[in-house]
Design a protein around this ligand. Structure first.
Ligand SMILES: Nc1ncnc2c1ncn2[C@@H]1O[C@H](COP(=O)(O)OP(=O)(O)O)[C@@H](O)[C@H]1O
Ligand SMILES: [Mg+2]
Length: 583
């Protein structure tokens, strides 16, 4: 009755199976447990026959003793096998979830920046939470159906055949008719439940927006608008749900009527056979309970395709991520500490469309320990250019060399070890100030080094006034700190890392003049004896650079020292004048 299982399902399940196979022993226990459950359930149905015929009708003393005992043993076995099944399947399910979750998480760590540029975070996050659960649930369901349910049906049919072959044949004709009906109702039900998910999504969307944007709602008096918006989607959701409830309860009602009809027929046949003396009361009761035992498993077996598909959809979305290509890391050059000579050699790069490069023909070199300033209008490609150095993006043409070695020949780890980065939007983690300073591999630094960096970056200036000092939690993305405080932590982090090459991308742009001046001190300490690429929106920071390049639409249009460029009366001079008229 279920649709044929396509090759895709087989491929995906084949792959999922590899997550189950390491747990052979637990799997074996699960199979034993499920088999025992099926046998135990069927023997309960079987035992009703001697109970009825021997004990209750014929009043045999002997059977009045052993049958209750047998029931007791069977219920104990049922408890045991149920426990073994649930616990072992649960164990396997949770292992599959953990494996998949960690694998996807690790993948997120090593995927290129480009992968994340094109994606909303929400759906990626829900892969880790919702999809892995759905996959595991589907796998355990399919296993349960494949073993326990099928065995239960087989055992139940065995009991039925044993008690009355002719009634069994009769039921065998009846079941497909009932099954087809249940299946048809199932289709209608799924169609509605899909639509309901959509309206739940809308409710979440609207609510999420007013929670995140609650200050905008307040400031612009958006109460009524938002209330109406929610009322509309909520009303749609309510109607959909009512429809679902109607369809579902009607489905149950119709199914029961069909069942009732079938059962009446079975009872009629049974009565006839009893009158003819070929069916005892015990046989009938036993037959009947075996038949009821079979109903739930049969229903699940006919729905196995839906269960499979749910797993396939979930697993597909996970495997898609797992199969994504990692950052390319084919270089072998490893060096503890580069001297820091950086050279861009005719570099070109575009984010996607090769025809419209974001930066092109970039040629510039910076001596070890020197400072290169990059200026230009917003959108001219400054951030893009510096992001090529730690290989956040792969340049398309030309080459970038550190100490005359192409950065592609470095291992990614070695390359990035040699580069510190302080950018405009400081990323802090929901942890203490101390752990944010000593983030990542930096944790191995000594207390003394940490305090020195914190002091030089003026982090201690504000942590000394906090009751918990460096142990203060910074909150989600650092929301509990001000922009300037976050910036100082980022600078402290870079100081502590003490890499020979430093990138400052508008490291002070979100600050007022006073905090900028204080941070500038910290930056000066940081830039000392390091090769620095600095992008600054205030040209006063740029004046002291050894060399300045002016970018316009991704190309270098001017380069030289501050004095030379001012004298040239070109782009730089214009930018410089604009700055001072601003201030
Ligand atoms: N991740 C990205 N994906 C696609 N295009 C981008 C991305 N980041 C920046 N751009 C585009 O590249 C150009 C240069 O941006 P950017 O390097 O950030 O400029 P700047 O730092 O000089 O303000 C802009 O036109 C911007 O729209
Ligand atoms: Mg920028």
């Amino acid at each position: 009755m279920s649709k044929r299982i396509g090759p895709e399902v087989r491929v995906v399940y084949g792959r999922l199976w590899q997550y189950v196979t390491p747990h052979k022993l637990v799997g074996f226990i699960a199979v034993v447990g499920m088999t025992a459950t099926a046998v135990v359930e069927a023997s309960l149905a079987y035992l009703l026959q001697p109970l009825m015929d021997d004990t209750l009708v014929a009043k045999q003393v002997e059977s009045g003793r052993w049958i209750p005992l047998a029931f007791m043993v069977i219920f104990m076995l049922r408890g045991l096998s149920g426990f073994a099944t649930e616990a072992s399947l649960g164990w396997i399910g949770r292992s599959v979830i953990s494996d998949l979750r960690r694998q996807v998480f690790n993948k997120f760590l090593t995927l290129p920046v480009k992968f994340f540029d094109g994606q909303a975070a929400g759906p990626l996050l829900s892969r880790l939470t919702y999809n892995v659960e759905m996959v595991a649930e589907s796998v355990t369901s399919v296993v349960t159906i494949g073993v326990r349910d099928i065995l239960t049906v087989v055992a139940a049919i065995g009991v039925m055949l044993y008690q009355s072959p002719s009634l069994t044949v009769f039921v065998a004709i009846l079941i497909p008719i009932v099954g087809a009906l249940v299946w048809l109702l199932g289709i209608a039900f799924r169609r509605y439940s899909n639509r309901i998910q959509d309206t739940v999504g809308e409710v979440t969307q609207v609510t999420d927006e007013i929670i995140r944007g609650n200050s905008v709602v307040k400031a612009f008096g958006g109460y009524e608008y938002e209330r109406d918006r929610l009322a509309a989607v909520d009303e749609r959701n309510r109607k959909q749900n009512l429809k679902l409830i109607r369809v579902r309860s009607m489905g149950v009602a119709v199914t029961q009527m069909v069942f009732g009809f079938g059962i009446a027929l079975v009872i009629f046949m049974a009565g006839k056979q009893s009158i003819e003396g070929v069916l005892s009361p015990g046989q009938f009761i036993s037959f009947f309970s075996a038949m009821t035992l079979m109903l739930q498993p049969v229903r699940r077996i006919t729905n196995v395709n839906a269960t499979l598909q749910r797993g396939v959809a979930g697993a597909d979305s996970l495997f898609m991520i797992i199969d994504e290509k990692d950052e390319s890391d084919t270089g072998t050059h490893e060096i503890e500490r580069v001297r820091g000579r950086v050279r861009f050699d005719n570099v070109g790069f575009s984010y996607g469309d090769e025809d419209s490069p974001v930066v092109e023909n970039i040629t510039v070199s910076i001596g070890a320990g020197k400072t290169l300033a990059i200026v230009g209008h917003s959108g001219s490609g400054k951030s893009t250019l510096v992001s090529l150095l730690p290989r956040f993006y792969e340049f398309d043409s030309g080459d970038i060399l550190i100490d005359d070695v192409s950065i592609r020949d470095f291992t990614l780890a070695s390359l990035r070890n040699n580069i510190s980065l302080v950018s405009q939007d400081v990323i802090l983690f929901n942890d203490t100030i101390r752990n944010n300073l000593a983030y990542g591999q930096l944790r191995s630094y000594s207390e003394e080094e940490l305090m020195k960096a914190a002091e030089a970056a003026h982090v201690l200036d504000f942590t000394n006034e906090l009751p918990r000092g460096l142990e203060t939690m910074v909150g989600d993305r650092g929301v509990l700190l001000s922009g300037g405080q976050r910036q100082r932590i980022a600078i402290g982090r870079a100081l502590l890392k003490n890499a020979p090459v430093l990138i400052l991308d508008e490291a002070t742009s979100s600050l007022d003049t006073q905090s900028e001046r204080r941070i500038q001190d910290a930056l000066n300490v940081l830039m000392k004896d390091r090769t620095t690429l600095v992008i600054a929106h205030r040209l006063s920071t740029v004046e002291k650079a050894d060399q300045i390049v002016v970018l316009d639409a991704g190309k270098i249009v001017e380069s030289g020292t501050h004095a030379e460029l001012v004298a040239q009366e070109g782009h730089y001079a214009a930018l410089y004048r604009m700055q001072f008229s601003d201030a």
